[in-house]
Design a protein around this ligand. Structure first.
Ligand code: URA
Length: 447
């Protein structure tokens, strides 16, 4: 018989919990023996006092076992997935899943929705009308087998303990906690049945981990716990000190991703400007190379990058994306003509006001402003407007000349953009001389 108060007290007093105590506490979440207020007290104790490696493994295992586990062994091919710890403008999965599939991997991708200031792949996919992210298990397996990749959301049956704890963490200030993040991510990834996993751990002012030492600990813990549980696992640490690419907002991010898949410059068509996203493409290729090496489809990373570049350039990844969209009920016409995706009618270009160089972007503020436009969620139950967002014209290090285009904002007609422009301008810092731009790839945990 579990006594939740004793387990909370033990963690409060900085003692190590046994695997059985952790298992019983997590089981108690679904039986009702552990109430929400006890769970939140325990989460805060974990947030403040941390967990040992052994405790983190036990928590991951207990959360995994709280629900259904897919086995994809009957589907031929090596199944490798990628997961990002979350950021602003991070649309890598939209390009990477079809690209890795075009290179020969099977990519069973279970993604999340936007929460807090960070965006979510599912919301981006749903900007395509009809795209169904709620496939049944058999539909998911069938799309994966036929197309080579499938992109769905966490079902109620997968790691329900994570669903419950994540919702509580989101409203109790306990999200940014390494053992809780590790157990949350890995329980879902292990349940989905992949054999290999490449993690993109974000670091910077738009990420959960604000500095490199923290990000490195998160990356190492994810990799070590994943391996302990039988997953082939490695991590890249990449910069989130500015939005990835130029687009922030669901339809706009989909347009930018299709642009990379088609190797076309769509913004040029509707902005008359050259905004091809080098950082987005570069990170996608690096992650794909890691996935291909983990899956043993290539002998080394150079060969992986070469194969990925070829499959992107020759249109194979784009064709794979079209197949995926059709298989999951989405509109082929919108992919073929992405400017048919929903775009809000109030389109305003804000101009550069201060002369100098763009030296800092408060990336989390840009994510918050997207929520204010209606493109993100305050609560998990909120719906999102896919048509709104920002298209940046400048990235870090850019020379700023007053009057030049700074950002194009897409908003609903009733949005008052005056205050928002002020907030947006204050999220950018300008310096007289050009400061070094943070490196896109900060570190890696591969060995
Ligand atoms: N993504 C998750 O799935 N869980 C976390 O705790 C953080 C990011």
């Amino acid at each position: 018989m579990i006594i939740p108060a004793r387990i909370i007290e033990k963690k409060r007093d900085k003692k190590e919990l046994t695997s059985e105590e952790i298992r019983d506490f997590v089981q108690g979440l679904s039986t009702g023996e552990v109430t929400d207020y006890q769970a939140t007290a325990w989460l805060m104790a974990v947030y403040l006092n941390g967990m040992s490696f052994k405790e983190t493994v036990a928590l991951t295992e207990a959360m995994l076992r709280s629900g259904e586990q897919y086995s994809l062994k009957h589907i031929p091919g090596v199944k490798v997935d990628k997961h990002s710890t979350g950021g602003v403008g991070d649309k890598v999965s939209l390009i990477l899943a079809p690209l890795a599939a075009a290179c020969g991997l099977k990519v069973p991708m279970m993604s999340g929705r936007g929460l807090g200031h960070s965006g979510g792949t599912l919301d981006k996919l749903e900007s395509i009308s009809g795209f169904n992210v709620k496939l049944s298990k058999s539909e998911f397996e069938s799309v994966l087998e036929r197309v080579g990749c499938a992109m769905i959301g966490q079902t109620d049956a997968i790691a329900p303990a994570d669903k419950k704890l994540y919702a509580l963490r989101d409203v109790t200030g306990t999200v940014e906690c390494i053992p809780l993040i590790v157990a949350s991510i890995l329980s879902k990834k292990l349940a989905e049945g992949c054999e290999g996993l490449v993690l993109d751990v974000k670091v910077g002012n738009g990420a959960f981990m604000k500095n490199k030492p923290q990000a490195k600990i998160l990356a190492r813990t994810l990799v070590l716990v994943g391996r302990q549980m039988g997953l082939k696992c490695r991590a890249l640490i990449s910069s989130m000190d500015q939005p990835l690419g130029y687009a922030v907002g669901n339809s706009l991010e989909m347009i930018e991703s299709i642009e990379i898949l088609k190797s076309e410059n769509l913004e040029k068509h509707y902005l008359g400007e050259d905004l091809f996203s080098c950082d987005l493409k570069e990170l996608t290729l690096q992650l794909c190379a890691q996935m291909l090496e983990i899956g043993k489809l290539v002998p080394n990373l150079n060969a992986g990058r070469k194969l990925a570049s070829e499959k992107l350039a020759d249109g194979s990844a784009y064709r794979k994306f079209l197949e995926l969209v059709e298989a999951q009920g989405g509109s082929r016409a919108q992919v073929e003509n992405p400017l048919k995706l929903p775009l809000a009618p109030q389109v305003v270009q804000w101009k550069v006001k201060r002369k100098g160089y763009l030296s800092k972007i408060h990336t989390d503020t840009i994510g918050q402003l997207l929520i204010e436009l209606g493109g993100g969620r305050r609560r998990a139950s909120d719906s999102v407007d896919p048509s709104v967002g920002f298209l940046l014209h400048k990235k870090l290090g850019a020379r700023l000349i007053p009057g030049d285009p700074l950002v194009t904002v897409y908003a609903s007609p009733q949005t008052d953009l005056k205050e928002m422009e002020k907030a947006f301008q204050s999220a950018l810092e300008v310096s007289a001389s050009r400061k070094p731009v943070p490196k896109l790839l900060v570190d890696a945990v591969t060995k």
